[in-house]
Design a protein around this ligand. Structure first.
Ligand code: GDP
Ligand code: MG
Length: 170
């Protein structure tokens, strides 16, 4: 039969990587060039139908600033899934993403579905992080990896769909 699944999902990653833009694209199908910085965190929900289930994502879009770091556990605690976002044109954001992965591995839900999103893939000319490097890192750390663009919508629905497919069917 068809199952209804509620899944708390958190987005983590450096300021400016595109977390809010990915959520806005997924939830509203929109993109804005001058997305305002998130203060604290923002909540969204969106439902997605996969073959055998209807998944209602309860999405926490976190700020990413270091000064809000102590709040992060409130958002990832009890989360079924996380998307860790970096900007492919910014090496420091990739290093920051790895720190988030470490923190989730140490403090997060053991069964959490984790996705690594290399965002802004529309800015190929400015690429600083090789896809192969991120793919290898993801594989070694049990995440799945996609390069995304909130601007062009490339792989945005796909990353949420892939998470929905991987969530445990209780
Ligand atoms: P956040 O701090 O991680 O939430 O990042 P935002 O979603 O606020 O995005 C930061 C900036 O990057 C904004 O000016 C966005 O318009 C821009 N941005 C976000 N995603 C993309 C993308 O896929 N491609 C391009 N070219 N710009 C993006
Ligand atoms: Mg934001």
């Amino acid at each position: 039969g068809n199952k209804n699944i509620n899944a708390k999902l958190v987005l983590l990653g450096d300021v400016g990587a595109g977390k809010s833009s990915l959520v806005l694209r997924f939830v509203k199908g929109q993109f804005v060039e001058f997305q305002e910085s998130t203060i604290g965190a923002a909540f969204f929900s969106q439902t997605l139908a996969v073959n055998d289930a209807t998944v209602k994502f309860e999405i926490w879009d976190t700020a990413g600033q270091e000064r809000y770091h102590s709040l992060a556990p409130m958002y990832y605690r009890g989360a079924a899934a996380a998307i860790i976002v970096y900007d492919i044109t910014n090496q420091a954001s990739f290093e920051r993403a790895k720190k988030w992965v470490q923190e989730l591995q140490a403090q997060g839900n053991p069964g959490m579905v984790m996705a690594l999103a290399g965002n802004k893939v529309d800015l190929l000319d400015a690429r600083k992080v090789a896809a192969e490097e991120a793919q290898t890192y993801a594989q070694e750390n049990g995440l799945f990896f996609k390069e995304t663009s909130a601007k062009t919508a490339s792989n945005v629905n796909e990353i949420f769909y892939e998470i929905a497919k991987r969530l445990p069917r209780v």
